[in-house]
Design a protein around this ligand. Structure first.
Ligand code: THU
Length: 128
């Protein structure tokens, strides 16, 4: 399955009554499986969760741990960059050279790596 198709499909299920900003994320794993997630907002605003977090949770729940590619799409005028927290969440399961494609619903795309999105990342090595 194409990541772009999975991300667009799941964005349609976003629960975003407050921001009206629909986000879909799809990740491919080392095993080749695709997991997807959408943002799920809450009336207590900080309790809302990002699309990337949903996709990562689905992957982890299935027992997988290694992301090889990421695609994020949202209903904005320009490709949506993952928030800071999601960059850290992606870095937990994706190597620095993993490609993250950010896209608009219309098909504009911007590609960066996980390392470019989170330079100087805090890692396990800092605690050794
Ligand atoms: N959002 C995501 O789902 N992923 C991002 O990377 C950026 C922001 C969501 C969270 C919230 O539901 C809405 O977009 C507006 O911030």
């Amino acid at each position: 399955m194409r990541l772009s198709d999975a991300a667009r499909a799941v964005a349609a299920n976003a629960y975003a009554p407050y921001s009206k900003f629909h986000v879909g994320a799809a990740i491919r794993t080392k095993a080749g499986t695709v997991y997807s997630g959408c943002n799920v907002e809450n009336v207590a605003y900080p309790e809302g969760t990002c699309a990337e977090a949903g996709a990562i949770a689905a992957m982890a729940a299935a027992g997988e741990r290694e992301i090889t590619e990421v695609y994020v799409v949202a209903t904005g005028p320009s490709p949506v960059p993952p928030c800071g927290g999601c960059r850290q969440k992606l870095a937990e399961f994706a190597a620095g050279d993993v490609k993250v494609t950010m896209a608009t619903m219309e098909g504009d795309e911007m590609v960066m790596t996980v390392a470019e999105l989170l330079p100087g990342a805090f890692t396990q090595a800092h605690m050794d």
